[in-house]
Design a protein around this ligand. Structure first.
Ligand SMILES: [Zn+2]
Length: 158
């Protein structure tokens, strides 16, 4: 009798893999479920940027599965807002030390590429703008300066 019970207790449990497992699982870091933001106004924290996944039996769209910053960018696109400000820099003039081309950034650095003035006058030259320092393009001499727009934070991670 004892041996039988023991065998039953150690029988491996085999569950059939269900489609549900892949597309309805939501990962949340706290116990209160957070509503997935359907627009920018509903974004309240990182958890609200976790995509809800696809309906069972369908292939997820980018919007259904995108998570985090990618989802924030997509939600912005739906409202015509360019979250990461990817429009080209001002190339109507060459920046000077007295009057540099200002580059907005939400962080304390930003990578930029210069192609001169007018745009595409030379091959792209990449620069890393930081803090108060001016950066000058090796190719055309245009001067750039970072314009920090973000909220200052102490958790510097670089
Ligand atoms: Zn240049």
């Amino acid at each position: 009798m004892f041996a039988l019970r023991r065998a039953a207790a150690f029988r491996p449990v085999v569950r059939p893999m269900s489609a549900r497992f892949f597309n309805t699982t939501r990962i949340t870091l706290n116990s209160t479920p957070v509503k997935t933001a359907a627009n920018l106004a509903e974004v309240v924290n990182k958890e609200s940027l976790i995509g809800q996944g696809a309906k069972e039996g369908t292939i997820p769209t980018d919007l259904e599965q995108a998570t985090g910053l990618e989802r924030l960018e997509l939600l912005g696109k739906l409202e015509g807002i360019d979250i990461f400000d990817t429009k080209p820099l001002d190339s109507s003039r060459i920046g000077t030390v007295e009057n540099p081309i200002m580059v907005d950034s939400f962080d304390d650095y930003r990578y930029i590429g210069c192609t001169g003035s007018p745009a595409d006058s030379h091959e792209v030259q990449w620069m890393r703008l930081t803090g108060e320092k001016l950066s000058r393009c090796w190719e055309c001499g245009s001067v750039y300066k970072l314009n920090e727009c973000g909220v200052p934070q102490d958790d510097h991670h670089h």
